[in-house]
Ligand binder design. Structure first.
Ligand SMILES: [Zn+2]
Length: 159
């Protein structure tokens, strides 16, 4: 598969939020697609199996595309898998014909860390957040009232 593995204006380095993060090396205008979330394409059953294997405190890189399609960034993934969560993010996910892209929701300055709202299901294991923004809700999980993904693909948060 011929795919651009990363946007040229980003680099991976240690993050003050968590582990490694992705940082802009140049100004990224609002609306710019920064990077595609690449990885192995798997079913919900396989995603749940892998998450169970890793355990609640392990790290997985599985992105929920929709109810049936999941993308495991641990297998053939791009830099996108290192983008950390923030409760006041500067990127969001665009889903388009089975592919997931992260794009800038506002202008990102060189040196800024890229972030998205992981928006974990409120029914999933509660995962503390250390994003440090004034907007921090304390968890990577959404509240029940917020449980609508940015692209509206999660119409029924409970399953
Ligand atoms: Zn937070």
């Amino acid at each position: 598969m011929e795919t651009v593995r990363s946007y040229p204006g980003i680099s991976i380095r240690d993050s003050p939020i968590h582990g490694k993060g992705v940082f802009a090396t140049q100004t990224i205008p609002a609306g710019t697609v920064v990077v595609e979330y690449l990885g192995e394409r798997i079913s919900r059953d396989e995603a749940e199996r892998r998450e169970a294997l890793t355990g609640p405190n392990g790290i997985t890189y599985i992105l929920e595309y929709d109810a049936r399609l999941f993308i495991d960034g641990a297998v053939g993934g791009s830099e996108a898998r290192f983008i950390n969560h923030s409760c006041n993010p500067n990127c969001a996910i665009r889903r388009d014909e089975g592919r997931a892209y992260f794009y800038a929701t506002r202008t990102i300055q060189a040196g800024d860390e890229l972030s998205i709202d992981y928006a974990f299901d409120p029914d999933d294991i509660q995962t503390p957040c250390d994003c440090g923004t004034p907007e921090c809700r304390g968890l990577l999980n959404q509240t029940a009232a917020e449980a609508i993904s940015p692209c509206g693909s999660r119409e029924t948060p409970k399953h």
